[in-house]
Design a protein around this ligand. Structure first.
Ligand code: ACM
Length: 558
């Protein structure tokens, strides 16, 4: 907290005190904004927030104005009111500001003005204002104030994403909202919601209720690291109703966050196949669970003649959507139709990663398809699959994005690529004039360990990704020339949850790495400095504490 001691008499009325604060010399620690703004001129004096403070907003900023009222009330207990004109805090739309997400923030002892071309810019100005807000001793009491400053800011990248896997472990609607709140605080603007997997299907699809009734629950989960030591034999699962999905999409939109749903195909589809075995090339074959780790319930179910169950261990599985049968495509089109109605995002993530070709190699239907379509091999069959889905999604006015495996066998014409196996897939896609989101495991996999001393850490998937390395992430590869560099939309970090079963553990894996990511994606390289970031991070840490987030402490102990 900004514990700056100023000698002011408790007998002074606040209005009188404001003169004292007017000439107050602020210290650089008072300006701890993360991500660091483009330019910031510090000035003398403090704007004191008083009960009854008035917030005026241009038409079209009603949502931002009431958001600010709520934020100020939560943070300070003071009641501010929205009104149309002449407030102590003004929110303005100003078309002369050229950056789409940019804003200016002017604070003087007499007032605050946030201006932006669009509402989202005003929203980011509000986040900076909230980070500047501090407590100032005023005699025997404490007042809330904002140090005088002039900020002109805009992000480096338009796509600033965080992903969450809600399939390996399920997370409540309230937790998703908390996740969105911490994203908003860091000016991140895209939530990639990984909704379908081998171990659970998490989104209600009205036409196929079995997806959530059957596919939403597994009969057990392996204990320990893959392939597991045993099975816990506990039924586990959950899903989001379409009403809950709408609630989350609206909650995100109010924070200027777009939600991109991921419906995985053609691999990672065991949960859907457990619900509707005809989606597999081999409906009669039993689901295999590696190393004989199957739960007792699933063993009994299979013994009773039901071959397919939802996966209980982690990894990559051969039983994938059949690319030979038309019914697979009709099913996926139905699912995507409901999904596209729920999510206003332009992009729909269709997965595309880690699809073994073993079943397609021995499936007569898939081989027939390869022959009929004149395809070279199963990689081209995957490309055929993705292109067909792309055509359908395009026909509804939307676009697909997929993991970099969608490059194999030929990229669908309008697809964007999310590069996770390093950056080479992203570079190839950008060279080919496809838009790209960089998300390499090396810098963006928040399921990796945060310390090399693994014994002291909760079980994780592997790897080592400290805060400093996330901070060093730059989505822009040096290999691309200026023209091709335009195809790099930005970056994203991923939180896969095989080994993350609780909300508090998810927060531990997320923070403070997400804070570092925000600066890597927002702030110009010339303004980045890890030592300076660490100082500002101390302030953000106070926000984590105040808001009740769990977080990893390694970077604070260096
Ligand atoms: C991935 O991590 N399989 C995209």
């Amino acid at each position: 907290m900004k514990q700056i001691f100023v000698c002011l008499s408790a007998l002074f009325l606040l209005s009188a005190c404001s003169n004292e604060f007017k000439s107050y010399q602020n210290a650089s620690e008072d300006y701890a904004i993360v991500p660091k703004p483009d330019s910031m001129s510090l000035a003398e004096g403090v704007f004191i927030l008083k009960d009854g403070c008035k917030i005026s907003a241009t038409e079209g900023l009603e949502q931002e104005s009431s958001y600010l009222v709520d934020m100020l009330s939560e943070r300070t207990g003071l009641t501010c009111t929205s009104q149309n004109s002449s407030g102590n805090i003004e929110l303005l739309l100003d078309e002369s500001i050229s950056a789409e997400e940019g804003y200016t923030l002017q604070v003087s002892p007499s007032g605050v003005t946030i201006s932006a071309q669009q509402a989202k810019g005003v929203f980011y100005g509000i986040q900076s204002l909230m980070q500047l807000l501090g407590e100032y001793p005023n005699g025997d009491e404490t007042v809330f104030g904002v140090p005088a400053v002039s900020i002109v800011d805009q992000p480096r990248y338009g796509y600033r994403g965080m992903h969450l896997d809600v399939c390996r472990h399920f997370f409540s609607v309230d937790f998703i909202k908390k996740y969105l709140d911490v994203m908003a605080m860091h000016k991140l603007n895209t939530f990639h919601w990984h909704l379908t997997e081998d171990q659970g299907w998490r989104i209600e699809i009205k036409k196929y209720p079995g997806l959530t009734e059957v596919g939403g629950f597994r009969n057990g989960t392996i204990v320990g690291h893959h392939p597991g030591e045993s099975n816990d034999n506990e039924k586990y699962g959950g899903f989001y109703t379409q009403e809950e999905v709408k609630e989350i999409v609206a909650y995100a939109a109010a924070r200027h966050i777009e939600v991109i749903p991921e419906i995985e195909m053609p691999g990672h589809s065991s949960a859907a196949i457990a619900a509707y075995p005809w989606l597999s090339s081999f409906p009669e074959e039993k689901t295999e669970i590696t190393n004989n780790m199957m739960s007792e319930s699933s063993r009994s179910i299979q013994a009773a003649g039901i071959p397919k169950v939802v996966q209980e261990t982690w990894g990559i599985f051969d039983d994938v959507y059949c690319a030979g049968q038309e019914t697979t495509f009709l099913f996926l089109e139905d699912v995507l139709t409901e999904v596209m109605d729920l999510f206003p995002s332009d992009m729909i993530h269709i997965g595309g990663d880690e699809c073994p070709k073993a079943n397609w190699e021995r499936s007569p239907a898939c081989q027939k398809r390869i022959k009929e379509e004149g395809l070279k091999d199963e990689h081209e069959l995957q490309s055929y699959f993705i292109k067909r889905i792309e055509q359908f999604v395009n026909s509804k006015g939307k676009n697909i994005i997929g993991w970099d495996e969608i490059l194999e066998g030929g990229l669908a014409p309008n697809a964007s690529v999310m590069s996770w196996r390093g950056t080479s897939g992203g570079i190839a896609a950008a060279e080919d004039e496809h838009t790209v989101v960089m998300s390499p495991t090396s810098h963006c996999y928040f399921d990796y360990y945060q310390s090399e001393d693994r014994d002291k850490e909760p079980l994780a998937i592997g790897g080592f990704l400290p805060v400093e390395k996330v901070y060093a992430f730059d989505p822009m590869p040096a290999e691309l020339d200026v023209e091709k560099a335009k195809y790099i939309l930005g970056g994203q970090a991923n939180l896969w949850t095989e080994y993350i079963a609780t909300e508090s553990h998810a927060e531990y894996m997320l923070l403070p790495r997400m804070t570092a990511l925000s600066e890597a994606l927002w702030t110009d390289t010339a303004n980045k400095d890890f030592e300076d970031f660490k100082v500002r991070l101390q302030d953000v840490r106070e926000d984590y504490d105040r808001l009740g987030y769990n977080y990893a402490k390694h970077v604070f102990e260096d």
